[in-house]
Design a protein. Structure first.
Length: 325
């Protein structure tokens, strides 16, 4: 199923620079996708108007909507209505739902803002603040953990792990905070949930040599410890990155296919010579052409299709030659 919508926007209102279209799209999709099962995914082909927005529910493509025209506020309202129309037959529910009536909220302009309003008239909030308006979670709330996680993140509060459970008829949370986080601000954001807070130690970088084992080569590793770590593995040949790549180095996994890598462990990029990566003490660690493995995870740098993707590595391993190769 495919749908095309043309709507409109302008970037300057009343002599001031207005919010960019992607800002509105981020808020709109955050609200619409919060209750959606499966999740709503989206990407755009440009930051500049006209913008084609590709929408998926899970892995199913459900529409290509075009954002373009002279008035931003009215455009986003129309866009929201058409997006809801496209999603409803796939999700079998209206999103975002009114917490009282379960009917889909309607996006309406309010001066230079956009608000969600219940058709019954007893619930409303600004676009982008749907989760805030649902706080605190009710006793049957299934999304209490992501609600709290997003609430903390929106306030710039750094946490590592978070658990939300029902105990003796009330919500309680256990949160592990990163060093330097204001525990008073965390308790305030979590209220009325009773919060049990713990702190992780500071993140730190280590360099270690490993002997390897049966079926595996010895290697040296530069690792960031004391922080949450993604579990994907990127393997290949390390190459020096060009300035325009915007990363620390490249890893070529297949001939001609190079992934941009940003390394979280403390390091320095060596600008010239064979050496590419220096460790935290300034000693050579990885050279151009080394066989490497990176532990971490990949993520697109933006919603814009064609923008470069990066692999965020918490560990860089340089595999040693054994003489048996």
């Amino acid at each position: 199923m495919s749908t095309t919508l043309v709507v409109c926007s302008e970037l300057v209102q009343n002599g001031a620079v207005a919010r960019q279209p992607l800002d509105w799209l981020e808020d709109l999709f955050a609200d619409i996708g919060f209750r959606a099962r499966p999740g709503v995914l989206w990407s755009v082909n440009s930051r500049e108007l006209p913008i084609m927005v590709s929408v998926k529910v899970g892995e199913e493509s459900v529409g290509h909507l075009v954002l373009d025209g002279p008035d931003l506020i009215d455009s986003v309202c129309s866009f929201a209505a058409e997006l809801q129309h496209v999603l409803q037959p796939v999700l079998q529910v209206g999103v975002p739902p009114c917490p009282s009536h379960s009917r889909a909220l309607v996006a309406r302009s309010a001066l230079d803002l956009i608000e969600w309003q219940c058709p019954e008239g007893d619930f409303g909030c600004a676009v982008g603040e749907y989760q805030e308006a649902l706080w605190p979670p009710g006793p049957d709330e299934r999304d209490a953990p992501p609600m709290l996680a997003n609430r903390l993140s929106r306030r710039g509060l750094r946490w590592s792990t978070l658990e939300v459970t029902r105990k003796d008829g009330a919500w309680v949370t256990k949160i592990t905070l990163q060093p330097g986080t204001d525990d008073g601000a965390v308790r305030g954001a979590a209220a009325p949930l009773l919060a049990e807070l713990h702190y992780t130690g500071p993140a730190y970088t280590v360099r270690e040599d490993h002997a390897g084992g049966r079926g595996s080569a010895p290697y040296r590793a530069l690792s960031l410890l004391g922080t949450p770590r993604l579990g994907a593995l990127l393997m290949g040949t390390l190459h020096r990155a060009a300035e325009e790549d915007g990363c620390d180095f490249l890893v070529e996994g297949a001939p001609g296919h190079r992934m941009r890598v940003r390394l979280a462990a403390e390091h320095t990029v060596c600008a010239v010579g064979e050496c590419v990566i220096l460790d935290a003490s300034g000693e050579p660690f990885a050279n151009d052409g080394d066989s490497v493995e990176c532990g971490g995870g990949g993520a697109p740098s933006s919603r814009v299709e064609g923008d470069p993707a990066y692999f965020y590595a918490w560990e860089l391993r340089v595999l040693q030659k054994t003489g048996l190769e």
